[in-house]
Design a protein around this ligand. Structure first.
Ligand code: F0G
Length: 400
């Protein structure tokens, strides 16, 4: 019912092949025969949200390895909407997944696929969240996991997860792009299953963010979807989810996809601004949003297609702007996110200020990871605790 197809040359491959890119070097997509997939809105009624609620549109033929991923809240954020100046704003908080990021959606599919293909070890390069998810799903599946991290540039909570759940954690003296290049070589040579987002099956899991948003909004789609972009897999995946529901007649439109990066690390934004169909890699990307500190996003071609096909766009924000948005999310809406996630709201604010997004539009921002992922950054941007004597008098003195 599904197979792999190159987005560049169109070459097709059967689903039984262990393959990440086409022989021409192009990225692969998973193609379904939609005429064989019978889905109606009513099928979803009364069933709790989860990645596997949408199993008919997922490429797994075995019992999945799952720890109940997906089903994240979609918060209506009126105070934040007023502050940024849009009519209707929702935040899809992916930090509420089991490991605290959206990566779980891709890993439940990817690790299930690894078992289906008979792979004995799994691996990834990561800015942190992918490694946490890989380690946990590896543990659940009883498959050894290897992760390559850029030394000194991964938030503490994420390293803690990868270590605690038992992955072999290798800290590379280099950045994420170096780590990804190495792990691709490692997987090819050692027959290890690669679970970065270059793996087309992983993105299939992540497209369920799009399905859930439609489900949660009663199939009334927003005008825009705004999200952080790093390796550029998630924007591609969510767009595919939106397109599939639209193609199946469940929704009447596909939201415009708006990708946000930081000024220190924004190859996709530059390509969109310059009207290019591919990026120029950045050698030394830098930002406090370590999750998206990526100069050579591997899914750039897919992401640029998603942006142009949906009539969307891209914007960059400064580290100061994303911290301001992180605090707004926390204090206006009670949504605790890690720095990369806050770029979505910072980007939205900028896009409204510059007139790209109109005040009358409805918007969904995706917040990709939980605040507790990066406690060091939180401590550095939040007010310090006030140390006082253990007396009522001292308490009153600081309160009034
Ligand atoms: N937000 C967070 C919190 C992330 O961890 C990532 C990616 C992104 C956004 C960007 O998503 O790569 O699909 O464009 N983190 C990867 C990792 C690279 O290794 O955890 P993308």
């Amino acid at each position: 019912m599904y197979y792999l197809k190159c987005i560049e040359c169109g070459k097709e491959y059967p689903k039984t092949e262990v393959l990440y890119t086409c022989e021409c070097g192009g990225l692969l997509d998973v193609i379904y025969d939609y005429s064989q997939i019978d889905i109606k809105k009513e099928d979803f009624e009364g069933i709790a949200l989860s990645v596997w609620k949408y199993a008919k549109l997922l490429p797994v033929d075995r019992k999945p390895i799952t720890i109940q991923e997906g089903g994240t809240p979609l918060y209506k954020c009126d105070r934040l909407a007023e502050k940024v100046g849009v009519r209707e704003l929702y935040v899809k908080h992916e930090g509420m997944n089991p490991t605290g990021s959206f990566k779980d959606r891709g890993m439940t599919v990817g690790v299930s696929k690894a078992l289906e293909l008979g792979m004995k070890t799994i691996a990834c390069a990561s800015t942190g969240n992918t490694s946490a998810a890989l380690s946990i799903y590896g543990a659940k599946a009883a498959v050894p996991a290897v992760v390559l991290l850029p030394e000194g540039k991964v938030a503490l909570g994420k390293v803690a997860q990868a270590l605690m759940h038992g992955a072999k954690v290798l800290s590379i003296r280099g950045n994420f792009d170096d780590a990804l290049e190495l792990v691709r070589e490692l997987c090819d040579e050692e027959k290890i299953y690669l679970l970065n987002s270059i793996n087309p099956y992983r993105l299939e899991g992540q497209k369920t963010i799009g399905f859930e948003i439609a489900d949660q909004l009663n199939f009334q789609m927003p005008d825009r979807l705004v999200l952080p972009v790093g390796n550029a897999g998630n924007i591609t995946a969510i767009h595919k989810g939106f397109k599939e529901f639209n193609h199946l007649g469940l929704t009447d439109k596909v939201p415009k996809m708006m990708g946000i990066q930081t000024e220190g690390s924004c190859p996709i934004v530059k390509a969109v601004r310059e009207g290019k169909t591919d990026i120029t890699p950045e050698k030394n990307p830098d930002t406090i949003a370590t999750a998206i500190r990526i100069g050579n996003p591997v899914n750039a071609r897919k992401a640029l297609i998603a942006i142009s096909e949906s009539n969307g766009g891209a914007e960059s924000v400064t580290d100061d702007e994303l911290v301001e948005a992180q605090i707004d999310l926390a204090q206006l809406e009670g949504i605790g996110v890690e720095p990369a996630s806050a770029t979505s709201v910072a980007g939205l604010k900028k896009l409204v200020e510059t007139g790209v997004i109109g005040a009358n539009e409805s918007v969904v921002c995706v917040t990709t990871g939980h605040l507790l992922k990066d406690p060091e950054e939180v401590i550095s941007v939040a007010p310090k605790p006030i140390v006082i004597d253990a007396t009522m008098e001292a308490i009153r003195k600081v309160l009034y």
